[in-house]
Write a new protein. Structure first.
Lengths: 116, 118
């Protein structure tokens, strides 16, 4: 079974440019989460999809970030325009709707974003 | 406010010895879950072990065990018989609220970098 995949693995862009990150969750997982880790800080929650609906977007830093999950499969996270403080590693995770008592989240390898 | 604290930025251990990674948490909820994830240098986050707030016994998964002390709000990870491949970053995380189909975000600590020496 394929795990969570993310594309690209690395992205280097200039301030003011646009970048789109993609996440493909594990097949059949209704829940999809985005997190990010800014250099030297904790991993922070960004938002949570249940299928194609945004369940919780309380962690989205500002309106330069737009997440979508059309069709309830893969998700994209667009940053437009990118700022220097957006640099970090963006993780995607997925979980089943009812996967056991703890319903662990399976993480992808992350996308390392560098904004110059 | 919910918070996870990992006070050890770095730890080292000799191969084959046991090591304890500390984690304390703060929550006002009665129902919550605690997770440990491992992040090797390759970057992926690997789930290791889970402890529910109502679980009476400490969780164990192979060489990993969780020393859960609810009154002290601590959930330390114990790795027995350390191996070189255990060298990685380790994150403690908490899910607040009752299990409801995976709807709950995780709150992470800052992580502990473990180095296993031969």
């Amino acid at each position: 079974e394929a795990g969570v995949t993310q594309f690209p693995s690395h992205s280097v862009i200039e301030k003011g440019q646009t970048v789109t990150l993609r996440c493909d969750p594990i097949s059949g997982h209704d829940n999809l989460y985005w997190y990010r880790r800014v250099m030297g800080k904790e991993i922070k929650f960004l938002l949570h999809f249940v299928k194609e609906s945004k369940q919780d977007e309380s962690g989205m830093p500002n309106n330069r970030f737009l997440a979508e999950r059309t069709g309830g499969t893969y998700s994209t996270l667009k940053v437009q325009p990118a700022e220097l403080e957006d640099s970090g590693v963006y993780f995607c995770a997925s979980s089943q709707t009812a996967g056991g008592s703890h319903n662990e989240q399976f993480f992808g390898p992350g996308t390392r974003l560098t904004v110059l | 406010a919910q918070k996870i604290t990992q006070t050890q930025p770095g730890m080292f251990v000799q191969e084959k010895e046991a090591v304890t990674l500390d984690c304390t948490y703060d929550t006002s909820d009665q129902s919550y879950g605690l997770f440990w994830y491992k992040q090797p240098s390759s970057g992926e986050m690997i789930f290791l072990i889970y402890q529910g707030s109502y679980d009476e016994q400490n969780a164990t998964e192979g060489r990993y065990s969780l020393n859960f002390q609810k009154a002290r709000k601590s959930a330390n990870l114990v790795i027995s018989a350390s191996q070189l491949g255990d060298s990685a970053m380790y994150f403690c995380a908490m899910r607040e609220g009752p299990f409801s189909g995976g709807y709950n975000k995780l709150i992470f600590g800052a992580g502990t970098r473990l180095a296993v020496h031969p």
